[in-house]
Structure formats: C-alpha cells, structure tokens
Design a protein around this ligand. Structure first.
Ligand code: KIV
Ligand code: ZN
Length: 510
C-alpha cells in the first residue's frame, strides 16, 4: 500500500473493489480465439478459485455451443456470481434469463457516432429503449448490470441522463465502457466523478487497451469512485485487449492498499491456463505474468536482489505464484554465477566464478543464450568434478515400478558417510519425496515447500527440476537438477537443495 495515505489526501479510496472478470466474454472476442465448452468450464472453475466476484460467462445469443457452455457452468454452482451479456432487446434478454445466471449485463450504445452509424436512432429513442428493456428484465427478477457502450465518446450530460433513467427503472449497477480505448486518465476522472455524483448504484469501469491506457484508466476510475472493475486474464480481448486483471489487482493491492477477493498467489496458474487454452501467447515482458517479470540478468541487479530482493523487485515473486529467476548472459556478474552454482549444489571460489563469467560473456557477445546444460558443463570444467565440493552426493538411484507403485532406493554419501534410503509411492517422484519425508526432513530440520519437474524443449527435451526446501527459520533454498529422466532430475534437485542446507549449517557453525 505504497501510496494510499498520499492518494487519500486528494481522493476517497474504497476499502475494497469488486472484480468483474470478462475473460470468457470480451476475452473470447479476441480475434482468432474460440473456446470449446470444456475449455470454458475449466477457465470458469479457475476464475472461481482465483476469487473474482463476477464471471461474465459469455454472450448466449451468439451460438448454441456458447449457450450450452454457459448453462453447464451455471450448474457448477460456483462461488463467484455468474453473468451473461445481452443487447437491449427482448430476444437477447430472454436468452440471458434462460441461462439462470445471477446478473444480466444489458448494453446499448450511447455515443452519437454509434447512434448515427450503427443504431440509426435518436438519443431519445435510445433512452426509451434502454429503460423499456431494463424494466422488462427486472420483471423477471434478475440483477441488472447496465452498460452504455462507447460511454467515453458520449456527450457527458446525455450519458448521465441515460444512467439516471435506467437506475430509476431498477438497474442494480451501471458500467462505463471505454469501448475503443479512447479515454485518458483525466477524462476518466471527469466522467466517473460526474456520474458518481448523480447516481446511487455502484459504478463499474470497462477499459480497452487501444492506447495502452486500460490499466491506468481503470485505476483512475477507482480513485474517482468506481467500485467494480471489468478485466480479463492476460489482458486479452477485442483488438488490443481489455484491462489486465493481474495488473489491476496487484496494483490495487500493492500501490493503493485497496483490497479485492482475488487470491494473488493463484494469478500465475490462471494466466498460464488462459494462455494454453486461448493460444494467445503472453509476451515475455508482460507485467506480473510475463516470463521475464521476475528474471534478472544484469550483474548489478542480481547482486542487489541477492542481498535484498526489494532493491530490484517491486513485489516478491511468490506473492503472485512466481519464482525469481537468474538468467546468465553477457550482462551477468560474478554473483549470478555463484548463486546459480549454489543452486546446483556447488560452491565456487572467486577465480572459478570469474573463469565461468568470462566464458558466459564470450558466448553472449556472439549473440547466443546460455542454457543450464552449458552452465553445468562450465561448472564441471572449472571444478573437475562438481561433486568434490558437495557435502551430499548421490552415489546411485534405483527405481523399481510394479502395478502397485514404485520403490525408490537412494544411495547417498552425506558428509563422508554412506546411507541407503528407501521410499515407496504411486510413482517415481512420490517414492523419492517419501524418502525425503521419512529419512531427511527431520534430520535436516526443513520442509519441502515446493517442487517442479518439467521438460525443457529448448534443451532437446531434457528434464529440469527445481526443489524448494524451507528451513525452520523460514529461509528457502532452491535446488536444481537436469537429466534425461524426470525422476533423476528431481532427485538431483532435492539433494542439491540439501547441499545448500548443509552449507548454511556449516556457515552457522563457522
Ligand atoms: O467494450 C464494450 O463496450 C463492451 C460492452 C459490451 C460492455 O464490451
Ligand atoms: Zn469491451
């Protein structure tokens, strides 16, 4: 909540705002995106888990499949409120009511541009139609969210008249869409505060990103009195997209101290799911969810982040379900090399780190990237055998699977003593984690807080693994492993994390 007290001198900030997610409606209107029924159900469940207040499930009049998907999702009895879109006509509204959602989102355009070129109606005719249709829907006992399409290009006095008219006949909340992303923050401030003064019902904002201002405009709307924000995961949507849910929620939480019901730590998982199912790739440099959002390459930054993450990170990556990444390249410094080596269980001295750094910079100058296998080869090059610096070494791994499960046998040498440990599980990884739980967890006073195993296509389908152990005093160590087998990569990562615990222990004893 960096700025709350300062902003509050000028504006009245709410304690909490509602997030109206439109990934499954405006987001699906992204050119080239068509979600199947199953895709929509999976995303709706993930949004519900994420904690959004309202999910706009779709526009039921557009197709039979859309209508069926909406009805299936409604049957899931999600905690989030459900909503569908309808134009201000009886056919659309009847279809929407049939879906048995919590909210019906009725819209009609109000700008002169739309009245003249699309609706061919006068301003008075639009008010008459809007009120008649809101009344009609209200007669069916539904909650009405009313949008004046192209509101930001609508004459402001007329916009207020439209909103007051629909409020009088029962609209439960009204929405101000910046349909073609034409507004700037100061205009949003004027529109939202003017509308706010004239109405009792809650005000929502719906911003498009045609000028890259959707998030800034949405946040300005909150400063000016909006209590509901429309947004999509990864900012997908018509043309340049909608306001990004993840950016808005994190900014509200971190910069404004305004709460939402969104569980921040689930953001990254939902972002990946939406990326996978829509096929819209998240740019690497996208805030919060882009691959590089928590990656550091430059030596100065890595040095800063290692001594105190807040030097170059506005929020902890874990807050939004991410992990910090150190990338090796020509901008790297010695600290990056030492830190990454530590994650592979190797402690380098200054000379060894310098040698590797020179090699990395040479490769970088030729315009190439350094992957983890190359880095491991460099480690082996400078240390002869990496293991000589390790306190815990894997001497052998044996995995035996039958129909009932897998037995893992791990032969370790820890501080010069040999141990043969066994574990059983439903699969190889579970058998290995059970070795940790039964034989290592207590001895090394740690807990397994997270692990990942994945195929790295950029490295000819080698498996990579990352294991995070948390010490009793809440310090985390990250171990990494690489191997052609998933399970062996995992075992390496686990033991490399253990090595770091042993090193930390030694440092404490020194
Ligand atoms: O951008 C827009 O105006 C819309 C409306 C239907 C709310 O998506
Ligand atoms: Zn829109």
């Amino acid at each position: 909540m960096a700025w709350r007290s300062i902003i509050s001198r000028e504006y009245i900030l709410p304690e909490r705002v509602q997030i109206f997610d439109t990934t499954l409606r405006d987001g699906e209107q992204t050119p080239g995106v068509a979600l199947t029924k199953d895709n929509k159900i999976e995303i709706a469940k993930a949004l519900d888990e994420l904690g959004v207040d309202v999910i706009e499930l779709g526009f039921p009049i557009v197709s039979k499949g859309e209508e069926e998907a909406i009805k299936e999702i409604v049957k899931e009895n999600l905690r989030s409120k459900t909503c569908v879109l309808a134009r201000a006509n009886k056919l659309d509204i009847d279809k929407a009511i049939e879906c048995e959602v919590d909210w019906v989102h009725i819209f009609i355009a109000t700008s002169d541009i739309h009245l003249k070129h699309k609706l061919k109606m006068s301003r008075e005719e639009v008010i008459e139609k809007a009120t008649r249709m809101v009344e009609y829907a209200k007669d069916h006992n539904v909650t009405i969210h009313f949008s004046a399409e192209d509101a930001t290009r609508t004459d402001l006095d007329y916009l207020v008249r439209v909103f007051k008219a629909v409020e009088e006949v029962g609209a439960d909340s009204i929405d101000i869409p910046d349909t073609v992303g034409f507004a700037v923050p100061s205009i949003i401030r004027i529109i939202v505060s003017t509308v706010k003064k004239s109405l009792e019902v809650p005000i929502a904002i719906h911003c498009h990103d045609d000028m890259g201002l959707a998030v800034a405009n949405s946040l300005t709307a909150v400063e000016s009195g909006a209590e509901i924000i429309h947004a999509t995961i990864n900012g997908i949507g018509e043309r340049a997209g909608n306001a990004s849910l993840e950016e808005i929620v994190v900014a509200l939480h971190t910069l404004y101290g305004v709460k939402t019901n969104v569980k921040l730590e689930k953001i990254y998982g939902v972002s990946r799911l939406v990326e996978k199912l829509t096929g819209i790739i998240v740019p690497k440099n996208k805030a919060i969810v882009g691959e590089n959002a928590f990656s550091h390459e430059s030596g100065i930054h890595v040095h800063g982040v290692i001594s105190s993450p807040q030097t170059y990170e506005p929020i902890e990556p874990e807050t939004v379900g991410r992990k910090r990444k150190i990338i090796l390249g020509k901008h790297s410094g010695k600290h990056s090399v030492m830190e990454l080596a530590r994650q592979f269980g190797v402690r380098l001295n200054d000379d060894q780190a310098e040698t590797i750094l020179r090699e990395i910079k040479n490769i970088g100058d030729l315009g190439h990237k350094i992957n983890e296998i190359q880095f491991l080869e460099m480690l082996v090059g400078v240390t002869d055998r990496c293991n000589i610096y390790k306190k815990a070494v894997i001497k052998d791994i044996c995995l035996h699977s039958t129909e009932t499960g897998t037995t893992a046998l791990l032969h370790l040498n820890i501080l010069g003593e040999d141990y043969v440990l066994t574990g059983f599980g439903r699969n190889e990884i579970e058998a290995l984690t059970n070795i940790y739980y039964t034989s290592l967890e207590r001895t090394y006073r740690s807990s397994l807080s997270d692990y990942r195993v994945w195929l790295a296509p950029s490295m000819k389908l080698v498996s990579e693994s990352e294991v995070i152990l948390c010490t009793n005093n809440n310090n985390e160590v990250v171990g990494r492993g690489i191997h052609h087998s998933h399970s062996i990569a995992f075992a390496q990562a686990l033991i490399n994390a253990l090595n770091q615990l042993l090193e930390k222990e030694e440092m404490r004893n020194d």
